[in-house]
Design a protein around this ligand. Structure first.
Ligand code: NAP
Length: 259
């Protein structure tokens, strides 16, 4: 196998679970040294230890809440110091806040926008100075099909994900002439711990899982590794002419007019 990120360094947020963990695993297998950031330290410590042992790549676990700009800045400084530089940032930390708009509870709006949108901006602004100094950097934001299409009852998550796609396009253009690319990926339903928590919250989890799979043209739910391969491509120099755009990975569901 030809490693596609050899001699590159990457910081991945939300690396302790689901899509972020799958991206970390694939990037390490493709030769990147990594900083793995998550809210809780245990999962990233375990993952970093496992990946370092299995791939020989440097893997630095970092605990931070992406909503805390000062904490994010401190952790990014540590990562850049340890890894030597930062070539790639993947913003994957995210939370589901799905409500009827008129039944929002106190803090729902702030929590949703803070983690899913402002958190990504905190991380990009912490990475940009060193990327700009190097004249090289690739950012991949994990957005969602909810940034393209609306499912009633999922408010205000789509507001945040539309914003994240807007952030992607805006910053992609802002820094395009200085060696920086900013792209996003919009996954459809992907089988991760977050998706499992959603199924578990339904009256009949097995029936809901089947219903969701049936809605998809390909009749199956996506896998985290399928998003990771798209992130690998966008984060690599293979995608050097791709900037300020969004890639939908949803098995075609969002193109259906009527299911
Ligand atoms: P997941 O399994 O819950 O993983 C998300 C990770 O982000 C968790 O480790 C979580 O930590 C971490 N995180 C949450 N809030 C954080 C914060 N404030 N600071 C730092 N880390 C934080 O979710 P996933 O399904 O893999 O989702 C990953 C990304 O893909 C999210 O942005 C999500 O919106 C997006 N996405 C997912 C799907 C899907 O169907 N799964 C579809 C479209 C888009 P804790 O576990 O400690 O909270």
């Amino acid at each position: 196998m030809q490693p596609r990120l050899q001699h590159k360094t990457a910081l991945i947020t939300g690396a302790g679970s689901g899509i972020g963990s799958a991206i970390a695993e694939l990037f390490a297998r493709h030769g990147a040294d990594l900083a793995l950031l998550d809210l809780e330290p245990d999962a990233v410590e375990r993952l970093a230890g496992r990946l370092q042992a299995s791939t020989g790549q440097r893997c630095l676990p970092l605990q931070a809440d992406v909503t805390d700009a000062a904490m994010v800045n401190a952790r990014f400084a540590r990562a850049i110091d340890a890894l030597g530089r930062l070539d790639i940032l993947v913003n994957c930390a995210g939370i589901n806040v799905f409500r009827d708009p008129l039944e929002l509870q106190a803090g729902d709006w702030e929590r949703c926008l803070d983690v899913n949108l402002r958190g990504a901006w905190h991380c990009i602004s912490a990475a940009l100075p060193s990327m700009l100094a190097a004249g090289y950097g690739h950012v991949v934001n994990i957005a969602s099909v909810h940034g393209h299409k609306i499912i009633p009852g999922s408010f205000p998550y789509p507001v945040a994900k539309h914003g994240l796609i807007g952030l992607t396009r805006s910053l992609g253009i802002e820094y395009a002439g200085r060696g920086i690319r900013v792209n996003s990926i919009s996954p459809g339903l992907i089988l991760t711990p977050a998706a499992e928590r959603y199924f578990d919250s339904c009256a009949d989890p097995a029936a809901e899982r089947l219903r969701q799979a049936e809605l998809l043209p390909c009749k199956r739910i996506g896998e985290p590794s399928e998003v990771a391969y798209a992130a690998l491509f966008l984060a690599s120099d293979e995608a050097r002419f791709i900037n300020a755009t969004d890639l939908l990975i949803d098995g075609g569901r969002s193109q259906l007019y009527h299911a």
